[in-house]
Design a protein around this ligand. Structure first.
Ligand SMILES: Cc1ncc(C[n+]2csc(CCOP(=O)(O)OP(=O)(O)O)c2C)c(N)n1
Length: 324
């Protein structure tokens, strides 16, 4: 792993990745315990993508997420209490407890929303890229999406128009090798999603998505290009979800034990920990343990906040509904 980032900046990336990890471990436990409703898709194993990309963005840059959205929310600066309260279905949550895991948005920090429609966010955030271009203040917009979503129409339509209009967009494909139960290898016409960029006349970059520093480097370059008015970049991050598609108990996992084990060895968090420890002691065991305990305490506070919050009033069911 190589970088020009300061040790402090790298430790902050580690902290962000561990917050995502601990938030989701708790969300999974509480979902299985029946305290969280709806469905929970964990991003565990893919944290380096959200963190590496969002560290290259400003607060007013905008991102859009997927059904697997907790990591993107946290990396863009979302409030953990409001996130946990939303998962718990409470009135203090981001959607007043009526949206759940797949509908968290926070426009104030440039997080335009998770989205339960596979590929649905790609065209929405391309519109945000057009708005950013028209506004002319140098903002950029980022679309996160999976390998499965890259086979859907909005991917192609959006990248085509973004390239034709040189929109300040960064398209980040999180290729975790599986779309629910479908292996990417059986549905991608070419091994690399990034190769498709050539068809739209934009750069396509393949990056180790479990190396936060490599993801960050690629993102910095793409952001600079977008801010300079040179148009979009497609970054394909090769990564892996360590969990099954959702946390629903009893769900079948089609993946082999060997494949899972090989990727567990490339877990992005221990990789950065080892890198920092090896870099003239930029992280000690004691510092890492202290960082983790502080994170665990923050996650516990978010659960306490959620549990102390009321459920929405039944009469609120039809409030904030924008369509008849
Ligand atoms: C339009 C649409 N089709 C199908 C689904 C059901 N579905 C939910 S997640 C998923 C797989 C998505 O795979 P990918 O885009 O690779 O993202 P990943 O789950 O791997 O993060 C599918 C098919 C959906 N939510 N929306």
């Amino acid at each position: 792993m190589t970088t020009t980032l300061t040790p402090e900046a790298q430790r902050e990336m580690l902290r962000q990745m561990q917050i995502i990890r601990r938030f989701e471990e708790r969300a999974s436990d509480d979902y299985i315990a029946g305290k969280i409703y709806g469905v929970v898709h964990c991003y565990i194993g893919e944290e380096a993508v959200a963190v590496g990309v969002c560290a290259a963005l400003n607060r007013d840059d905008q991102i859009i997420s997927t059904h697997r959205g907790h990591g993107h929310c946290i990396a863009k600066g979302a409030d953990l209490n409001r996130m946990m309260a939303e998962l718990y279905g409470r009135e203090t949550g981001y959607c007043k407890g009526k949206g759940g895991s797949m509908h968290i948005a926070d426009f104030g920090i440039g997080m335009l929303g998770a989205n339960g429609i596979v590929a649905g966010g790609i065209s929405i955030v391309t519109g945000a890229g057009l708005a950013a271009q028209m506004e002319g203040k140098g903002r950029v917009a980022v679309s996160f999406f999976g390998d499965g979503a890259s086979n859907a129409g909005p991917f192609h339509e959006s990248i085509n128009i973004a390239s034709a209009w040189k929109l300040p967009m960064i398209y980040v494909c999180e290729n975790n090798l599986w779309a629910a139960s479908t292996a990417a290898a059986t549905t991608l016409a070419q091994e690399d999603v990034a190769a498709r960029a050539a068809g739209y006349g934009i750069p396509g970059v393949v990056v180790d998505g479990n190396d936060v520093l490599a993801v960050h480097e690629a993102a910095l370059e793409a952001v600079a290009r977008a801010r300079a008015g040179e148009g979009p970049t497609l970054i394909e991050c090769k990564t892996y979800r360590q969990r099954r598609h959702t946390e629903r108990p009893g769900q079948v996992d089609y993946r082999t034990d060997d494949e899972i084990a090989a990727w567990m060895d490339r877990d992005p968090i221990p990789r950065l920990v080892e890198h920092l420890k090896g870099q003239q002691g930029q992280l000690t065991d004691a510092e890492w343990a202290a960082m983790d305990s502080e994170i665990m305490a923050t996650i516990q506070s978010s659960v306490d906040f959620a549990e102390a919050s009321p459920f929405p009033r039944p009469e609120a069911a039809l409030e904030d509904v924008f369509a008849d």
